[in-house]
Every structure is written in C-alpha cells, then in structure tokens.
Design a protein around this ligand. Structure first.
Ligand SMILES: *Cc1c(COP(=O)(O)O)cnc(C)c1O
Length: 363
C-alpha cells in the first residue's frame, strides 16, 4: 500500500457537483473579479469566525502584508513574531520594512506567552501570533500582554480556520486575523486566495482600498495600494467548501484521534493538545531524535511524510542580514531537526489511516 502526503483531488470529488455548478455559474455570469460571490463569501466567513468584517485578498501572505500596512507598521517599528513558524509570517513584517523580534515557542509549538514581555521595547508596535498546525496560541495571556502594553495583536490563521481558544475562534481575538485559502489549507480554494477579518470598520475599509490600487471609487486613488483581489471563481468555490467545513473539521479530528490513540512507539513523541482549545489538525506532527532515518523508513514502506519546517526563519539565507546564528533559538532549532508530519487529509480512507499507524509502530 502507498499513502500520499496529501491528495487534493479527493476533496474535490467529494463535492464535485457543487464545485462544478459554482464555478460554471461564475463563468456564465460574465463577472470575474470582486463581485457577488466575493461579497457573499466575505459575509459568510466573517460570521463564521465571529468578526464584524472580512475582506478577501489574493493570498495569505498578502493578507498579512496588508494587515501591517493598514496599521502603518513599517520602518523603525518592531514586531514580536514566533521564531517557530513558516517564513511567510515573518516576510509580512519585513516586506513593510519593520523588524521581526523572534520569541521561542512553548510545548504546543506556538509563541511562548511567558517570553514575550522581556522582548518589548519602545519600538514594539505589534505582536504577531501564528496558530501553527491548527492549534490556537495561548490567546488569553497574549491578549492581556498586548492590551497592557498598547500593542496591536495580529493573528496568522493560515493553519487554524475554525480553531478556538476558550470559546473564541482564532482570528476574532486580535485586531486583525489573516487567513490563507491555499489549496492545502483546511479551508482550501482551487488556487491562491486569502482574507482578513476584523471588528474595525476603519481597518476593513482601508484594506478594501489597499487591495484595489488604493482606491474606493474608480480612478480616485486615496492611498498607495496594490492589486490583491479575490476572484469570483475562487470565492464561489470557497463558499461551497465553507458550507461543508464542520464535517471536514470532524473528519480531520477523527484521523488525529486515531493517530493519538493508535501510535505507540517509544522512539516517537505525539503532539501535545491544549485543553482549553479546539485543535483543527491542519497538520499532525510527531517528533523523533531519529527523524531522517524514520522518514526514509516510512518512505520505503509507502508512507509519504513532510517536514514543517526544516529551516527556521532566523536561519534562512534570506534573513542572513539579521545576523542570527545556530544556537540563538535552541527550542525552535530542536523542533526544526526533530518534527515530522504524517499524512492527514480530506478523503483519507480507514485502510490508509490504519496503514500509517501500523507502519509508524513497526519502526
Ligand atoms: C500558508 C501560510 C501562509 C501564507 O499563505 P499563502 O496563501 O500561501 O500566501 C502564511 N502563514 C502560514 C503559517 C502559512 O501556513
């Protein structure tokens, strides 16, 4: 047997008829960018998250870049960011000319709330949390810190659609929540797409302008903007996906529960689950001191795995200029050398799940 790391077509075939109808009706409508489907999706998504406003954009990275831009965070400003994250989160800070200040993760792979305050300076303008792998960061404590120091709180929810801390969804805790709908994400489109959510009408209107050349009224440009619009086909497909997301969330949770109960191998540690939170299992991460050997073994036995992420942002070539070196963030670096992601995707069969468990246990 062979288990792929992901198989996106299974997600498509599951609701093929609905996806086909949605896309064709856009093709037949003659209106392809920023139309009815985008407006409806924005309404549906903000109401799902529990925020007042949603603005669709081109990608998750654009959502993050425009979030910092809308708050006028740029040159000379510092932003607290998790050291343990995907580089896109940090690119959004540096793209605006601001400086990322890295903070080590807790045992749940997310920003360690106890280590934030030591890094706050008069230049600090915001805290960026990333709810990595589908599990919410420690939001109650982080929000308290942001409020106490008068900092903006921005959430990278690219991996955490529908995840909760206490009863509040990720995206609804901060000043701005940023989402990616890249095809592999939990709420995935069939191309690039993203969105921001916020309770602030000012922020929402500013990002609406920023995504469309800085203009609210055609040919009247109030601010310097970009082109980062969500197209009608992606929005129509996202509406279908969102309407089924509670089932899809359950499906992911079932797979994760089977892994948590079934995997039992002393050379492997399982993910720790926060009790006050609802995890949406974007990725299922195990850890092993023998990660490379384990990955080769699993590959040979037919189980594809990936590493999220092998090189932390502070050690990326692109960030050489920040001057960090190996040893600066030891917890993050340890994760980077021991984490391994098992297959967990929409449409995975019982046989495939069992096969992954048995193969991992036989290592
Ligand atoms: C995917 C991802 C992004 C970027 O989203 P795109 O839509 O690919 O631009 C940002 N942050 C995190 C944590 C991600 O996983």
């Amino acid at each position: 047997m062979k288990v792929n790391f992901n198989q996106l077509d299974r997600g498509y075939y599951k609701y093929k008829k609905e996806y086909d109808e949605a896309a064709i009706s856009v093709l037949e409508s003659g209106w392809y960018v920023l139309g009815k489907n985008v407006l409806e999706f924005e309404k549906e998504f903000s109401s799902y998250v529990g925020s007042k406003y949603c603005v669709g954009v081109n990608s998750g990275l654009d959502a993050l870049i425009l979030a910092f831009r809308a708050l006028d965070i740029g040159i000379g400003d510092e932003v607290i960011v998790p050291a343990n994250t995907y580089i896109a989160s940090v690119l959004a800070v540096t793209e605006n000319g601001a400086s990322p200040i890295f903070v080590e993760p807790d045992e749940f792979y997310n920003l360690d709330a106890d280590k934030i305050e030591a890094e706050i300076t008069p230049q600090t303008k915001a805290i960026l949390v990333v709810h990595l792998y589908g599990q919410a960061s420690n939001m109650r404590q982080i929000k308290e810190i942001a409020d106490k120091h008068g900092l903006y709180l921005i959430e990278d929810c690219a991996q955490s659609h529908g995840a909760k801390f206490d009863e509040t969804m990720t995206g609804a805790w901060g000043d701005i929540g940023c989402f990616s709908f890249y095809p592999t994400k939990n709420v995935g489109a069939f191309g690039d797409a993203g969105a921001i959510v916020t309770d602030s009408i000012e922020i929402s209107e500013k990002i609406e302008m920023l995504r469309n050349y800085g203009s609210k009224v055609k040919y009247k440009n109030e601010i310097l903007g970009v082109n980062s619009r969500l197209d009608e086909i992606q929005a129509s497909l996202l509406r279908v996906k969102l309407s089924h997301y509670s089932e899809l969330k359950k499906e992911r949770r079932n797979i994760a529960t089977k892994y948590l109960e079934g995997i039992n191998n002393s050379k492997i540690s399982l993910p720790q689950v926060r009790t006050s939170a609802e995890n949406v299992w974007h990725l299922f991460i195990i850890q092993s001191e023998e990660r490379e050997k384990l990955q080769v073994y699993l590959q040979e036995m037919g189980v594809a795995t990936q590493i999220h992420y092998p090189i932390p942002p502070h050690l990326s070539e692109a960030y050489d200029y920040l001057g960090y070196k190996l040893g600066d963030f030891p917890i993050t670096e340890k994760y980077a050398s021991t984490v391994l992601s098992l297959p967990l995707f929409e449409g995975m069969t019982e046989e495939e799940i069992e096969f992954v468990i048995d193969t991992v246990n036989n290592y």
